[in-house]
Design a protein around this ligand. Structure first.
Ligand SMILES: NC(=O)c1ccc[n+]([C@@H]2O[C@H](COP(=O)([O-])OP(=O)(O)OC[C@H]3O[C@@H](n4cnc5c(N)ncnc54)[C@H](OP(=O)(O)O)[C@@H]3O)[C@@H](O)[C@H]2O)c1
Length: 308
């Protein structure tokens, strides 16, 4: 497993993160098996959110982690707060951040979170309140590092003006199918394709400039949540290219789709959401593959982009 140091954050973090959004569908026994497989494969980083299964994902993880006999100090546990589908609002107020983080600790059965992310922007956020919440959680030893998810450069700048702790992570959608994070960079100023539309104000370059590690969520999903594009007959060219590269490295197509993300020089982590141990092994194999420059482009173009 490839390890990376998150600038100003966790050291030797696995490049593949296990995303636990779908963990509520597993029994505690099956979740424990999933966690043991993850750790055996070198995964030491786990992603949560208060909203996953309305807290069920964190509860299942807390129970399964104990059953699996894993040691807290050997892993990084990250959670996210601020998304309230149940209340139909996003909330970055001081009290909500603190309460959410404290409730996560109880469900996860841990004394501290390694990382706490703000899940999605609250349009009414007051950065002073975020700063107060982060400071309280940090001083109390409840959260070690902080970051965000789905947040733009301007929002990061504004937060950074008030928050004392460095914002070390931005979790963003990125995959061979959903590559808008990088598309704009290729089609700069081009009127002939909508790939040139800058949807995030140069977010990838901003994160690299500011030493913010990008975590790629849904690395294998088509669209928002339309299912895995690997082996999907709706993606013939992409699957053909994935298959050809996979054959060269003696791994699965899934591994190559992950290797494609990890090959980007922004040095991202990929958050895999599978709850199938065998799929996770395929994914982890991708972290040991370093694609050539040309292979990377071949896959990118097979995903439906054209060189301008
Ligand atoms: N920050 C955000 O806004 C945000 C949004 C969404 C997700 N996330 C995070 O990202 C994580 C991953 O999201 P995701 O679950 O959508 O991502 P994903 O890893 O791209 O997709 C996983 C899905 O693909 C399926 N799948 C089918 N064939 C597969 C194969 N050969 N290999 C691997 N998976 C295969 C999995 O089913 P099986 O279980 O059967 O393998 C699972 O349903 C989440 O758990 C969460 O932590 C964050």
């Amino acid at each position: 497993m490839k390890l990376l140091n998150i600038a100003n954050g966790p050291r030797n973090a696995s490049a593949v993160v296990l995303g636990c959004m779908r963990m509520p569908r597993l029994s505690v026994d099956a979740a424990a098996e999933m966690l043991r497989t993850a750790v055996d494969e070198g995964v030491n980083f786990f992603d949560h959110a208060t909203c996953y299964g309305n807290g069920e994902a964190e509860t299942r993880f807390g129970d399964a982690f104990k059953l699996a006999g894993l040691r807290r100090e050997d892993v990084y546990i990250q959670s996210k707060c601020g998304l309230h589908f149940d209340r139909q609002e996003f909330d970055w107020s001081r009290d909500d951040i603190i309460t959410s983080a404290e409730e996560s600790l109880v469900r996860l059965k841990t004394e501290y979170l390694d990382v706490l992310l703000l899940h999605r922007p609250d349009l009414l956020y007051e950065p002073e309140q975020v700063a107060e919440a982060f400071e309280t959680l940090h001083v109390q030893g409840k959260v070690r590092y902080f970051g965000v998810s789905n947040v733009s450069p301007g929002q990061l700048e504004l937060l950074g003006k008030y928050v004392k702790q460095p914002l070390v992570i931005n979790q963003l959608q990125f995959s061979l199918d959903q590559a808008q994070l990088i598309d704009t960079g290729l089609y700069v100023n081009n009127l002939t394709t909508e790939h040139s539309v800058d949807r995030d104000n140069g977010l990838i370059d901003y994160c690299r400039l500011k030493d913010i590690t990008i975590q790629a969520w849904s690395p294998l999903q088509a669209g928002m949540f339309q299912g895995c594009f690997v082996d999907d007959p709706g993606y013939p060219e992409l699957n053909k290219a994935l298959g050809e590269v996979a054959e060269k490295y003696f791994v699965s197509k899934t591994a190559i789709a992950i290797a494609w993300i990890l090959r980007h020089p922004a040095r991202m982590q990929a958050i895999a959401g599978t709850m199938n141990p065998s799929h996770l092994k395929d994914i982890c194999a991708g972290s040991d593959i370093v694609l050539t420059h040309q292979e990377w482009y071949k896959l990118y173009l097979a995903s439906g982009r054209k060189l301008p």
